[in-house]
Design a protein around this ligand. Structure first.
Ligand code: PRX
Length: 629
């Protein structure tokens, strides 16, 4: 792209970055991918190992249930681990982990392979087999990765529940996935305190009846209840003779399920997004390689949580597929001081940092001095994900953290997409706040209500026009719900986001158009928060909305109608906030609760959150003709 052709504030990549970059000409790659789309992905797939090659790269015979690499046999874990132990990477570090309390553990590819095999044998000995679901509920420790990889190795389907979720969220997800095995840690260190994960799990297990075995990783040593016959220690199991290092890998079909991951949708309960071995493997491998420009000697840090899609794709699978060295940190960015992250980047010589705008805004607040105490010259590439990054935070990240030499990869994608969809590469000129353009070959657009492309700089719905390898295959147990993504405009995937595209073809994400709230980059549904409130004995009805927040991006505001006879009080407000935290998780705790006597509803009884939002912001609610009296 010619320098003079771009409008607005543009940051051009330095000679040094382009020199080193794996892709030096983005346009050429895009042209090649569009010329022969299946051929492009087939070529990427050939860099990985397959036990049997595919008949077809893309199979669209049952649209919108697309299939990728049909007929092929593989197992993602083979490409994550087994392949590397056969090469010089055998002794290369796969993982460097630092606990919040300063504990450190490292794993070579050999060691990670060994631990995975041992644990896979433990799972097999408990009767876990191909296709069975296993729920994992842990903090950010190496064992969460080992647990995920061990499941995948034997063809079981993992369902990781983020450690920031709580009792009802966990029990609902265990029940829905019908998991017979739960893997949990006793607790997790977070900001100097211990989150009692096992205790939360105990309460969740009382509400659902599927789990036969609960395997417990000792991380903190806090006192916990171990139920005889059901609960077993991970470290004891790993010492049993059955936990041998040799573990036959389950060879699976490309389209066999790899994992389900629950995420919030427009209405009702969270849905389980299903991803499969083959396409997901090719998609995460390729995008990580080219976007974060992975070189053999790199040390890469994705500071997300393994319990979200970012962690699945870009902490666990993508980095291991690329044979890179990852860093994983357990705790809070500002513990014990606001220089924790910068100190770790210096100490471990991190080259690539991938995080969320909310973390940047949170750290920005402590000032530059904390960053400047450390030598961050190892950094080469930065990344952002989860919500739009405001230009101010982008510039700070670029100037203070990246010293104006590291390009920022603002990656737009979703649990459903499995991989980066709108993203720059290091050679692409950047505009603060824009993720630039779709990954080569992928076609996306911004359209109006009728599905027609809107003009440059006009707001519209963000849609995806081409299938992609790491795409969602279905909503587990609910194919009808999967079809909804493709219903508004036939054959087109609806992202649920609104966006603009500027005159240079750069996309600018505005936000969700549905009832999903992104709080600190975490995805929550209004329905989850509302049903938690209504489950409290004092609440008759509730409505939740997201309002702009300086650090979190959005904060949760709720409106509550109390049951007759219940007194309003500040004490009750606090009790309700705690109740939501206990049921859904601390991330869902409302910022604000207001008692009201009525809620704006349509004549059919649907809460008009748009009206509540406009009122809270002092804006015009727009068309309210459907509003009930
Ligand atoms: O609204 C978009 C926002 O996050 C949503 C997807 O959330 P989730 O499935 O939890 O996945 C988050 C991590 C991939 C999107 O619909 N989003 C994600 N990345 C960006 C973003 N919004 C703006 N810019 C981004 N880079």
């Amino acid at each position: 792209m010619k320098k003079q052709s771009l409008t607005g504030e543009v940051f051009y990549p330095s000679e040094e970055v382009v020199q080193k970059a794996l892709v030096k000409d983005w346009e050429a790659m895009d042209v090649e991918a569009k010329r022969d789309y299946p051929g492009f992905w087939g070529k990427m797939a050939e860099e990985l190992h397959w036990f049997q090659k595919w008949d077809k790269v893309i199979d669209d015979s049952e649209k919108p249930f697309y299939k990728w690499f049909t007929g092929a046999k593989t197992n993602i874990v083979y490409n994550c681990l087994d392949i590397h132990v056969k090469t010089f990477r055998r002794n290369k570090l796969a993982l460097i982990w630092e606990g919040e309390n300063g504990d450190v553990k490292t794993f070579s590819y050999f060691a990670l392979h060994r631990e995975t095999c041992k644990f896979a044998n433990v799972l097999r000995s408990m009767g876990v087999k191909k296709g069975d679901r296993v729920t994992i509920y842990m903090g950010r420790t190496p064992e969460i990765m080992i647990a995920m990889l061990a499941c995948a190795r034997i063809g079981a389907v993992h369902s990781v529940v983020y450690g920031g979720f709580s009792v009802e969220s966990l029990s609902e997800r265990i029940e829905d996935s019908n998991s017979k095995v739960l893997i949990v840690s006793d607790g997790a260190y977070q900001r100097g305190k211990i989150v009692p994960l096992k205790q939360i799990a105990d309460e969740a297990l009382q509400r659902c009846g599927t789990v036969e075995h609960c395997l417990v990783v000792k991380r903190t040593g806090i006192e916990i209840n171990m139920e005889q016959g059901r609960d077993m220690w991970y470290h004891e199991l790993m010492n049993l003779p059955i936990a041998t290092q040799a573990c036959a890998l389950e060879i699976v079909d490309s389209e066999d399920p790899l994992f389900i991951l629950y995420t919030s949708g427009t209405t009702g309960k969270p849905k389980a997004i299903l991803h499969t071995h083959g396409g997901y493997m090719v998609g995460t491998y390729t995008t990580l390689k080219y976007v974060f420009d992975i070189h053999e000697e790199d040390r890469y840090w994705c500071a997300a949580d393994p319990g979200w899609i970012t962690g699945h794709s870009y902490i666990v699978y993508g980095p291991l597929l690329n044979g890179t060295t990852s860093f994983l940190y357990e705790g809070a960015p500002n513990f014990p001081y606001p220089n924790r992250w910068w100190s770790m980047i210096e100490r471990y010589g991190i080259n690539i940092l991938y995080t969320a705008p909310t973390a940047i805004r949170g750290l920005m607040r402590f000032g530059e001095a904390w960053v400047n105490r450390h030598d961050l010259s190892s950094l080469r590439i930065l990344g952002s994900v989860g919500e739009p990054i405001n230009p101010e935070a982008w510039r700070w990240y670029h100037r203070v953290v990246g010293k104006e030499k590291c390009p920022i990869m603002d990656t737009w994608w979703q649990t459903e997409t499995g991989m980066f969809m709108i993203t720059p590469m290091p050679c692409v000129p950047l505009k603060p706040g824009s993720g630039t353009r779709p990954f080569p070959g992928i076609e996306m657009d911004v359209v109006d209500e009728n599905g027609k492309s809107v003009k440059a700089n006009e707001e519209g719905y963000l849609i995806i026009k081409t299938p992609w390898p790491a795409m969602i295959r279905t909503v587990y147990k609910d194919p009808e719900r999967y079809k909804q993504y493709w219903e508004k405009y036939p054959g087109i995937y609806m992202t649920g986001d609104s966006a603009r595209r500027d005159e240079d073809g750069y996309f600018w994400i505005i936000g969700r158009v549905d009832d999903v709230i992104k709080v600190s980059g975490y995805r929550l549904g209004t329905a989850e928060i509302e049903s938690a409130l209504v489950s409290h004995f004092s609440v008759a009805e509730a409505a939740a909305i997201g309002l702009p927040h300086e650090i979190k991006g959005n904060a949760i505001y709720t409106y509550v109608i109390l049951k007759t006879g219940i007194e309003k009080s500040t004490q009750l407000i606090e009790e309700l906030r705690q109740h939501v935290s206990h049921e859904v998780g601390p991330i869902a705790k409302p910022e604000h609760i207001e008692f009201v006597d009525s809620l704006p509803k349509t004549r059919s009884g649907k809460i008009m959150r748009r009206v509540l939002k406009a009122r809270a912001l002092g804006e015009d609610p727009g068309n309210i003709s459907t509003l009930e009296e």
